[in-house]
Design a protein around this ligand. Structure first.
Ligand code: ACO
Length: 319
């Protein structure tokens, strides 16, 4: 049976680092409050001239180099983003042009912080069905563009970045199983409730969130979807070498690991240095651990997303 394997990873973080103390200089907050409530110490913020496709390009080049694949041979590009360069064309099409990979299918997936897991499952199905022999899957975000920088309850939580993987068809898995879920009844607890109409922004262009509700929802569904994905893959938690949940808040990550009975050493944490990079957080964390030699060939890794929509999901993959 035809399956999809991850054959290369890459990531990119903008050069500018913003520490908690920078926020404390102009807002009623502190490094101690942000670290205690979220685990976040710092985040990277894109320059004004850098868009999601620019971040995606750097991460994609790294992933393609790691895979030993020329961009011109790509058969599919899927970009997960909620902060696209434009309303259209898609960031995936802009990335395709920058990579010089004209001709292959390219589209965006919009599932907010679950976007990368949604995109990975989509590309996996293209490969399983024979529609593509390889795929570039990217999570890229400039959340700094949709934050109210005077709202201490939201602006300290997020950062910018991109992560990418190259998938290739193989007889061995690879991706064992994915479970994707959504419940649109909870759209209101995390949203950017605005759009463009008549040349103006209608509604709000800024991220709004009911933090407590998001927190409780995330911990519950991350536990549930871990069990569902293990069942779909015919595996148990003991088979999982690493858990990479969406990096929103270290307390969400630790509560999820605890509920699952997973040892802290098997939990991947990068939120302390990246903050929440939405669809980019999971591939960024994956690439960091791969390059550090911690996640190695043969390891079983569970990737989990949860975010606006509400959406959530998980993928179980052997590296
Ligand atoms: N600095 C200081 N005080 C703050 C800050 C800040 N940066 N932000 C909020 N506060 C204040 C609030 O105004 C409130 O003050 P009040 O009691 O005078 O009204 C107080 O701190 C407590 O606020 P809560 O919202 O109850 O604090 P909580 O302990 O819930 O922590 C947090 C807030 C960190 C946002 C938490 O709810 C959380 O992490 N939720 C998950 C949200 C998340 O991770 N979102 C990311 C996007 S969603 C996703 O990716 C899945």
């Amino acid at each position: 049976m035809r399956r999809a394997r991850i054959v290369g990873t890459g990531s990119y973080l903008p050069a500018r680092v913003v520490t908690n103390d920078e926020f404390a200089q102009r807002l009623d907050t502190s490094d101690a409050w942000i670290r205690e409530r979220t685990g976040i110490r710092e985040r990277h913020i894109a320059d004004d001239g850098q868009n999601a496709s620019d971040l995606a390009l750097e991460a994609s080049r790294e992933a393609l180099a790691a895979a030993g694949l020329a961009a011109s041979r790509l058969e599919l590009i899927v970009v997960a983003t909620s902060t696209p360069d434009y309303i259209f064309p898609s960031t995936a099409c802009l990335l395709q042009a920058k990579l010089g990979a004209a001709g292959c299918a390219a589209f965006d997936v919009q599932a907010v912080c679950s976007g990368f897991v949604y995109a990975l499952a989509t590309a996996d199905n293209f490969i399983r069905s024979g529609m593509a022999r390889n795929a570039l899957v990217v999570g890229a975000e400039v959340f700094s563009r949709i934050l109210d920088w005077n709202d201490r309850a939201t602006c300290v939580l997020f950062g910018d970045g991109a992560g990418a993987v190259v998938l290739a068809a193989d007889e061995r898995p690879g991706i064992h199983a994915s479970v994707l879920r959504a419940d649109g009844r909870h759209a209101g607890i995390l949203s950017v409730p605005g759009n463009i109409c008549g040349g103006r922004v209608c509604g709000s262009p800024f991220l709004q969130m009911q933090g407590n509700q998001v927190f409780k929802f995330a911990v519950r569904v991350l536990e549930e979807v871990a069990h569902e994905t293990l069942a779909a893959a015919g595996m148990s938690l003991a088979d999982v070498d690493w858990l990479i949940p969406h990096q929103a808040n270290v307390r969400i990550l630790e509560a999820t690991a605890k509920k699952l009975g997973l040892a802290r050493e098997r939990l991947v944490v990068t939120v302390d240095r990246h903050a929440n990079t939405s669809a980019a957080s999971v591939p960024l964390a994956l690439d960091e651990y791969v390059r550090a030699g911690r996640i190695r060939a043969g390891h079983n890794v569970m990737l989990q997303g949860v975010g606006g929509g509400f959406t959530w999901g998980a993928t179980l993959v052997t590296m």
